[in-house]
Write a protein that binds this ligand. Sequence first.
Ligand code: SAM
Ligand code: SF4
Ligand code: SF4
Length: 349
Amino acid sequence: MSTPLPILKNIPPNAPSAARTEHALFDSHGRQIRDLRLSVTDRCNFRCIYCMAPDVKYIPKMKLLRLDEFIRVIDIAMSLGINKLRITGGEPTLYPHLDTLLQEIGKMGLKDIALTTNGSRVRKQWAERWKEYGLNRVTVSLDTLQPQRKDAITRSHTSIVSVIEAIDTLRDVGLEPVKVNAVVMRGVNDDEIIDFADFALEHEIDMRLIEFMPLDAGRRWEKRHVVTAEEMLTQIRTKHELIAEEDPKASTSINYRFNSGNGRIGFIASVSKAFCGSCDRMRMMADGTVRPCLFSDEEWSILPLLRGGATDDDLRQFFIDAMWTKSAGHKMDRDDFERPNKTMSTIGG
Ligand code: SAM
Ligand code: SF4
Ligand code: SF4
């Protein structure tokens, strides 16, 4: 287990006084980092049009972190104040040691452990075990409720029924609230916005409608393809009475509940209403590359340290230095905005 560092160098003068005495991760804009999004594999059984290339080149196996390395980096990150962890990918259910990883993570004392999956491979026995290990929540991606469209969006033959069964199973084993993500793209699935709201009510789940971000391998993203949260909300309100929720400060979504039943609907307005000011996230790719900001190509690899005999203090210093470089935010509204060179499947969503 890790030994705490006496004093951290990077705590900015504007940090709350409590944080100055803790072992905490701060960026140079005064934000404390508490949320780690860890991609455990860049492999996927889908090739979603907004994410992966059909002929994707995977990270070589030798460079992927081993189970013990994943556990060590999580432990180090926790000693620096990380208390929320999301396991993602690629498709995390393709990671061969997912079960053991979740079992080990469950013993580590994190406040919140979540997993994001495309839902195609979730089994009831797995979900029961995950719950038992201490997994708190699962987010499932489902971008359409129309079978043929699903094949076109995911560039694969997958049954919507099996994904809906997975959603119901996860809810029934108590991994609640199940969140279901849909990336809404103009001309692709924007005619289903009200259907998604109906689906949330019917299945009593949290539906999250995400603005399409410039992270697609095909580099086809254009601003005109983005359906804004505002536009989606207006459409849903033509059918449902929605009540605004009070969201936590670091929430990525703007959430509403239905007046007429259970289930919620939320909007991730990453493009039109960026939430960078309260961003407390860092991402680590499956090869140990730390990406402080989703939309900045600034990134740092922990792999040489991990495999070169670095001490726990060396690894802590690595995180401290890496996170200091986190961008203030993205510049999608500016003409000089340059899209990131990696896709969401590699960085980890
Ligand atoms: N394979 C899993 C899945 O699809 O849920 C986990 C990884 S995936 C990269 C994580 C999330 O990123 C998914 O909810 C997906 O919809 C979202 N995502 C991927 N590319 C995106 C894009 N260009 N814009 C917005 N969201 C995107
Ligand atoms: Fe795979 Fe998820 Fe990307 Fe789709 S969004 S290609 S399921 S990683
Ligand atoms: Fe956080 Fe960067 Fe995303 Fe803004 S663009 S919310 S700073 S990761």
